[in-house]
Design a protein around this ligand. Structure first.
Ligand code: NOJ
Length: 498
């Protein structure tokens, strides 16, 4: 079994983890200085969100140079030093790769605009309109049409996200060749793998057929689109898998509500893993959680890839808030941590999850997410889960920065800092540290348990989660518990027993 089959990955949202130079934005040197924290926490690998040169229209998910570091975050030397130090601490490093779209500022796109009959035009999807309107009815994931008119040529270009993020045309060989080189560049620098952004969407239906209307209101942005999830994409991943082998990993952001639709991406010669968001989109409800787990495991029965488990990331509302907020939301989030880390397969943590941070209700004036601006505030966007980490002390910098953080850190987080939580054996951080140290291996099997509760074994260890049932009598010795408890497990709590 390779290292990643049961690894715990820790997502670092680079802007918000640690700032070394006082400009209020996190950077690579800041991360390097905090690596010992991650070692002590007990994770196996870090995933860095995009740190490449970018105008920042979508905070790095709009790349203008795929083989360099944005000066905001440091230099290539800083990157090399970070990888070296991480490896010395036995931490693997994976980087986000954004192949679906580039920035509008990428030289490829600038040249494509400047020379409509030049070779760069074919890297993107430029098409004549239909009458006065765009070529078809495809909507952007963030509101409005997925097409913007290039006034100079009169043609429209495709962008499934913001207009600043033109989609690349993967039918064009040059695009495929360029990404082979980009992967090789980072692999040669010692990276341990890639997280692939919007992995199911690289190829769009070449006929550009209209989507069926009305468009569903779905949390799963690609679920209903017939234009994506095209068969050609699998050859890309077969090729990339040949480049990474089995020790370096490809983790796809393949987002479908039915986990069975992920399976083709996880065939033995394609991606090693895909994010499985079934738990993340599941409310705190025992039957729903059990069903999400069963469907996730069943979907992968015929491939070697393990199911993965995710409760938070930089795109979704923080877990304690989703579970109702306040003391009750936090209790449930603590219990969910023991569920997450007992399930079979890799788990992905998002920075600050280990501190039990809640979503921050930011004032509109400081919000930066293009979703907020494009949707005119109808959707608040993702800034509330991207507030920088509170390391120590208090406002404004909390040890994150010596300057002004790019998003304000709430004064109440003085109680939630790493420093405070380290000194408290009952803190969320202490719980994560214990759970990561005691994380079970071994076969997974459900045990019978009363309604509202979930009980399963992993080898010698039993994990009991009381979601919304009556008090559950416990047998065995508690190894890790989500809160102090007697022999009865109350609803909203979990324990590992031996
Ligand atoms: C998914 C990323 O996680 C998200 O942050 C980004 O905005 C979109 N892909 C577009 O790149």
């Amino acid at each position: 079994m390779s290292w990643w089959h049961d690894a715990v990955f820790y997502e670092i949202y680079v802007r918000s983890f640690a700032d070394s130079n006082g400009d209020g934005v996190g950077d690579l040197e800041g991360i390097r200085a905090r690596l010992p924290y991650l070692r002590e926490l007990g994770v196996d690998a870090i995933w860095l969100t995009p740190f490449y040169p970018s105008p920042g229209a979508d905070h790095g998910y709009d790349v203008s140079d795929y083989v360099d570091v944005d000066p905001l975050f440091g230099t290539l030397d800083d990157f090399d030093a970070l990888v070296r130090d991480a490896h010395a601490l036995d931490l693997r490093v994976i980087a986000d790769i954004v192949p679906n779209h580039s920035s509008r500022e990428h030289p490829w796109f600038r040249r494509a605009l400047a020379h409509p009959s030049g070779p760069d035009r074919a890297r993107y999807v430029f098409r004549p309109g239909r009458g006065d309107g765009p070529p078809n009815n495809w909507p952007s994931n963030w509101g409005g049409p997925a097409w913007t008119k290039d006034e100079a040529s009169g043609e429209w270009y495709l962008h499934l996200f913001a207009p600043e993020q033109p989609d690349l045309d993967w039918h064009t060989k040059q695009v495929r060749d360029d990404f082979d080189d980009i992967l090789r560049f980072w692999l040669a620098r010692g990276i341990d793998g890639f997280r692939i952004d919007v992995a199911a969407a690289l190829y769009k239906d070449a006929t550009l057929a209209d989507e069926l209307e009305p468009f569903p209101e779905s949390k799963f942005s690609t679920d209903w689109r017939r234009a994506v999830d095209q068969p050609e994409v699998h050859d890309v991943y077969r090729n990339w898998r040949r480049m990474t082998g089995d020790e370096k990993v490809l983790v796809g952001e393949v987002v479908f509500s039915d986990p069975a639709r992920m399976t083709p991406y996880l065939r033995d010669d394609e991606l090693h893993m895909a994010f499985n968001f079934t738990l993340l989109f599941q409310a705190w409800n025992a039957d729903g959680i059990r069903d999400a787990i069963d469907r996730s495991i069943a979907a992968l029965a015929d491939v070697a890839a393990p199911p993965t488990w995710v409760l938070e990331n930089h795109d979704v509302t923080r877990l304690p808030t989703r579970y109702g907020g306040g003391a009750e939301g936090l209790r449930r989030a603590r219990a969910a941590a023991l569920l997450l880390l007992a399930l079979p397969g890799p788990a992905f943590l998002y920075q600050g999850q280990e501190l039990g941070l809640e979503e921050v209700d930011l004032p509109d004036e400081v919000r930066q997410d293009p979703i907020f601006h494009r949707m005119k505030g109808v959707r608040k966007g993702r800034d509330g889960c991207r507030v920088p980490l509170p390391w120590e002390n208090g406002p404004p910098g909390f040890g994150f920065t010596t300057g002004e953080p790019w998003l304000p850190i709430p004064a109440e987080w003085t109680e939630k800092t790493v420093e405070r939580q380290r000194a408290d054996a009952q803190s969320v951080l202490a719980l994560y540290e214990q759970a990561l140290a005691e994380r079970p291996t071994g076969d997974f099997a459900w045990r019978e348990s009363p309604r509202g509760t979930l009980v399963f074994t992993r080898g010698e260890l039993t994990c009991a989660v009381n979601v919304d049932g009556g008090p559950l009598p416990l047998e065995g010795n508690a190894v890790v518990a989500s809160e102090p408890m007697s022999r009865l497990l109350p609803p909203g709590a979990a324990v590992w027993l031996e």
